[in-house]
Ligand binder design. Sequence first.
Ligand code: ZN
Length: 213
Amino acid sequence: MANDQAIRRYPVPGTIVKEWIIPAKEYSAFTLSRGQILRFVDIEGKQVPDLVCFNKSDLTEQLNMGNTLLLNKRRELRQGDVLYSVTCNPMMTITGYSNEESYAYGPMCSEELNRIRYGVPGTRNCRDNFAMALAPHGLDRRQIPNAFVPFMRVEVEANGSMEIKEPTSRPGDFYDLRAEMDLLVAVSNCPQERNPCNGFNPTPTGMIIYEAG
Ligand SMILES: [Zn+2]
């Protein structure tokens, strides 16, 4: 499926404001107005986008996945669930998807994690992507909150152990999040290639901002 076919597999229920592609392993930062919906499209399948967000008018109010899990009383978030800030204000609502998998526990791949887990220094990783995406907004790498990750699949066993699995997302699958306040959003198109997170093969992610109606 070609890129433009994949991004249109599920038509948006509204008016497109902006549309672009984040290449494999790259990142993006942008603003989202309250009420606008951000759609991720998995272009080739089995690719996860890591998302963090900040209150646009107070960048110290950031996404907090701990509050999000406690307030939704769920570990696996679903349609209608809300992403909350560090001060428990609603930031984004999950409004729809064609693949319900996501990872909401927070931590993301980093230089340090890749070195410890795989013994490989100098790898491309989500934390560095966020640092580059957010530097122009005056945020440094220690001000990056934990992320929410559509399409990512982590299996938790009955004994509590957990393991990253290959995503089940297919070309064209989408995941929609509506902004509940004016936001600064950053996305890392996860560059991980040493575990099944992206099927060992990072690929592009389609991005659409639209207004419902
Ligand atoms: Zn990553």
